[in-house]
Write a protein that binds this ligand. Structure first.
Ligand code: SF4
Length: 323
């Protein structure tokens, strides 16, 4: 099957300026050579601690940020070279659901205006009544009462607000949605409901997702494949089953250690993750994870680790060999 989204060697470097002259004194390599692909109907989980660059990847793909280098092909269109007209068409097909359902909805706009804004901008539905009817349909789709169309964001709970954000994202019948920490701000029980809703919508509408989260347990049920990021780079990619059952990279193993097991009698190797993520302004030499890796060797401090291919789409970046 052809890929819907193809991201190659994506880089997003932010200049660091200092002094009265605002001279550039360094670069924060927030995203530093990230590649992956997503097929129609597929969900890729993108996981890592905060500051690893995963949110920047999501925003760069949508051109909410202008990446420094790389290529992003979406459904045959070169996203990074798209002019205003092409971008407008792309925006119909590429949407985003933000993390904070409190901050991402304008408190002065009614639900009809929030969810119906895109429909009006793209001229898909004309007239107030028609917009209200379409928004009511969309509310039903996200399992909210359609009579809520004239209410305002403050009248809803966090989970309900996120459903409004989802209704807004699917309003234009997109093919692809970046879910940017879309459930991170919600209680665990609500998280499960929203993830189930996103999975149902994916099947019903044929959507593909890039599901960005810092918590591996959150991406497990929704993702077909998972990519793990550390300091601007992907360090391991595998099918969700393989990543959870046979992780190879020490960082993935450490992240998995923090995931609670359903059966408390299940034995699990614990690899505590110590220390903070180093500054992307001056990342460690060699393998960027060497300052925190329990398996660190001398060469890890000086040599860039190779990409190792375990087969079946499972790759990891490390000096440790498989097996
Ligand atoms: Fe650890 Fe070395 Fe592998 Fe990096 S290359 S993850 S430091 S073993």
């Amino acid at each position: 099957m052809t890929n819907l989204l193809d991201v190659k060697d994506l880089k997003m470097h932010f200049p660091v300026r200092r002094g009265v002259m605002q001279r550039v004194t360094g670069q924060v390599k927030a995203v530093d050579g990230v590649s992956f692909a997503i097929k129609p109907g597929e969900t890729l989980g993108l996981v890592g601690e905060s500051g690893c660059g995963k949110t920047t990847v999501g925003r760069s793909i949508l051109r909410l940020l202008d990446p420094t280098a790389g290529s992003v092909m979406f459904d045959g269109t070169d996203v990074l070279a798209a002019d205003r007209g092409e971008l407008r068409a792309l925006r119909r097909n590429m949407q985003i659901i933000f993390q904070d359902p409190y901050a991402s909805l304008n408190p002065r706009m009614s639900v009809a205006d929030i969810v119906g804004e895109g429909l009006k901008v793209h001229g898909l539905v004309k007239g107030r009544r028609a917009v209200q009817e379409r928004v009511a349909d969309l509310l039903t789709k996200v399992r909210l009462d359609p009579s809520y169309v004239n209410r305002y964001p403050h009248e809803f709970s966090g989970g309900q607000r996120q459903r409004i954000g989802i209704a807004r994202a699917v309003s234009l019948n997109p093919k692809f949605i970046v879910c940017d920490e879309a459930v991170s701000a919600l209680d665990v029980s609500i998280q499960a409901q929203i993830i189930n809703l996103l999975m149902d919508l994916r099947d019903e509408l044929g959507l593909s997702y890039l599901f960005v989260a810092h918590d591996l347990s959150v991406v497990r049920h929704i993702s077909h494949r998972v990519a793990v990021m550390y300091l601007g780079k992907i360090v391991e990619t595998a099918s969700t089953k393989t990543l959870f059952e046979a992780p190879m990279h020490p960082y993935t193993k450490a992240l998995l250690s923090a995931v609670p097991v359903a059966n408390p009698t299940t034995k699990k190797e614990r690899v505590p993750l110590t220390g903070d993520v180093p500054s992307p302004l001056s990342p460690p030499s060699g393998c960027a994870f060497h300052t925190r890796c329990p398996a660190v060797m001398d060469k890890c401090k000086v040599e860039t680790p190779p990409v190792r291919d375990v087969g079946d789409g499972h790759t990891y970046v490390c000096h440790l060999e498989a097996g």
